[in-house]
Design a protein around this ligand. Structure first.
Ligand code: ACO
Length: 409
């Protein structure tokens, strides 16, 4: 279907031959009009718009509208969409009892996987994935309630009362209030920090057919309900090779810092290059980007803004991260493999400065990615070629044999 793409379905129909491609290195699983990545140039477009322009000129809910409906909203559409989302921010009170079943020290992603999956038990009018109206209301509910669930998971961990949503705040401002306010005092979100949080959401909103998005599509392809499909995406995102890299990256920076900071970078890089060590430079490398991830650049700029606002310009972890980046980008190992910082390299520094606890980083990624997952799910179901996803295998196990009675085995 083009100079670089072969459609092998005809070959399969005629000969029964299929391809072997573990990790899907060379397999396109769908047509998509949502997100475009040019990995060699380091370019990312949502519906044709460069991420650099969206991050500066639009807020997250405008970006959500764009991803879901294909165009940026006009003022009336924006107001209507915000109104719809911000009027679905509360979750059913029963959710609190469900949350209470978790240990207080549970990882937030364990809790989020459960809470998002549990939503399908609450909203029976939006569980038919093949019904566009059900999908639409499920989309609004998921986007609206994810911040509430993440904040509840956090408040539960620290034993503070839940803070109910305040719908006249912005999406990001409301989230920060639910995270950081207490019933004892007024909380006024800082505009610079709210803007940074909103940008984190925008930068994470979609990223074409990554592992979690492919999981959501595969899960949804069975006809399950939208909440279950998104819960599958949350579970997949958790892994350190994917969304869990932001947490792993900040922990890595913290460890290097404890061992001596900048002076220990050389030793750390040596370890990373030793294939037997099992150590990776977290926040570096990407399946598609073989150049600087544009989101990492924006995240690094946001570091300056946030740290400047908080008077933390000399933040040792930021200094360490920048030095680590510089050394890695001059090292033959990283140059030869085209390994550059990805979005997770700097996002943890911003989140930590804002006051987000490290284990919550990936839950915030999940919150932001929810819209991308939904847009991809909608696109899949609207595609006339959509079928249940069902990869094949090369069987390399035992051939047919007889079961011996237990006494003879
Ligand atoms: N540190 C050290 N070496 C690396 C790294 C890294 N972060 N990333 C890749 N490499 C090496 C591999 O060991 C491999 O080396 P080899 O050719 O000598 O065997 C080579 O670079 C190619 O890497 P692959 O693992 O084949 O690349 P793949 O596309 O399968 O993996 C991935 C991409 C998972 C992102 C990988 O780069 C990685 O694990 N990075 C660290 C985790 C991370 O930051 N994940 C976030 C990704 S972005 C996101 O999900 C939001």
């Amino acid at each position: 279907v083009g100079p670089d793409v072969i459609d092998i379905r005809k070959l399969y129909a005629q000969t029964g031959k299929f391809t072997y491609d573990p990790g899907f290195l060379s397999t396109a699983s769908c047509n998509s009009t949502i997100t475009y990545i040019d990995g060699d140039k380091g370019e990312l477009l949502y519906r044709g718009y460069p991420i650099e322009q969206l991050a500066v000129n639009c807020d997250y809910l405008e970006t959500c509208y764009l991803l879901l409906y294909g165009e940026l909203p006009n003022p009336a559409q924006k107001a209507d969409f915000e109104n719809r989302v911000m009027h679905h921010t509360m979750v059913n009170e029963q959710m609190q009892f469900f949350l209470r079943g978790f240990r207080r020290d549970a990882h937030p992603m364990a809790v989020m996987t459960g809470l998002v999956g549990a939503m399908s038990a609450f909203y029976h009018d939006s569980t038919d994935i093949n019904n566009p109206e059900h999908r639409e209301i499920a989309a609004i509910r998921l986007i609206a309630k994810m911040p509430t669930l993440v904040a509840m998971a956090y408040k539960y961990t620290i034993g503070q009362p839940y803070i109910y949503p305040k719908n006249d705040l912005s999406y990001a401002g409301n989230f920060m209030r639910m995270m950081f306010a207490t019933p004892c005092e007024e909380y006024k979100p800082n505009d610079v920090l709210v803007r940074a949080m909103d940008r984190i959401f925008t930068l994470h909103a979609d990223h074409e057919q990554n592992a979690s998005t492919s999981t959501v599509r595969l899960c949804g392809s069975s006809g399950t309900n939208p909440f279950a499909a998104i819960a599958a995406g949350v579970a997949c995102l958790w892994g350190p090779a994917h969304g869990g890299a932001n947490e792993a990256c900040l922990n890595m920076l913290g460890d290097i810092q404890k061992q001596g900071g900048v002076a220990k970078i050389g030793e750390f890089i040596k370890q990373v290059k030793d294939k037997n060590s099992g150590v990776k430079l977290m926040g570096f490398g990407h399946r598609v980007y073989k150049n600087y991830d544009p989101r990492a650049k924006l995240m690094r700029e946001t570091c300056y803004e946030v740290l400047g606002e908080l008077g933390l310009q000399d933040d040792p972890l930021f200094e360490l991260a920048m030095k680590l980046e510089k050394i890695a980008l001059e090292d033959e190992y990283f140059v030869a493999r085209k390994l550059y910082p990805n979005v997770d390299f700097y996002s943890g520094i911003v989140q930590r400065a804002i006051g987000i606890p490290v284990p919550l980083f990936t839950a915030i990624f999940a919150l932001a990615r929810t819209v991308g997952w939904i847009a991809q799910l909608n696109e899949m179901i609207g595609d006339p070629e959509y079928k249940i996803g069902r990869p094949r295998q090369l069987f390399v196990g035992a051939s047919s044999r007889n079961v011996k009675p237990i006494g003879e085995r």
